[in-house]
Design a protein around this ligand. Structure first.
Ligand code: FES
Length: 106
């Protein structure tokens, strides 16, 4: 069985409040979000029709909104709240180490 892999994405100091930053890791589109001082790491593709939320996502209240067809996801859990998306966003574990955000790829 392959073991999980840790990949550095960015420095914490590169993240501003309200940012959605995209990274390509092992052919996955990953986004790092900073909202209300907290960091979240999710797959960037909307689970409705794969719009990339780095370009097509907005943060509103405690939600990630996909502007392609207005699906809304809970920012804490990735669960769909409203709209056409029925599956949650894929959430990745991450580690903050030496001032950097490192995603864990299972
Ligand atoms: S692709 Fe995101 S709501 Fe349709």
């Amino acid at each position: 069985m392959a073991s999980a892999k840790k990949v550095k994405l960015c420095s914490i100091s590169d993240l501003n409040e309200g940012d959605i930053k995209g990274f390509k890791v092992e052919n996955k589109n990953i986004m790092v979000i900073k909202f209300n001082g907290k960091i979240y790491v999710y797959d960037a593709l909307c689970t409705h029709k794969n719009c990339n939320l780095v370009r097509m996502g907005l943060l509103k209240d405690n939600k990630i909104v996909c502007i392609c067809h207005s699906s809304e996801f809970n920012i804490e859990s990735g669960e769909p709240i409203n709209g056409l998306a029925k599956k949650p966003l894929i959430r990745y574990d991450f580690i903050i180490e030496d001032g950097s955000v490192n995603v864990i790829i299972p």
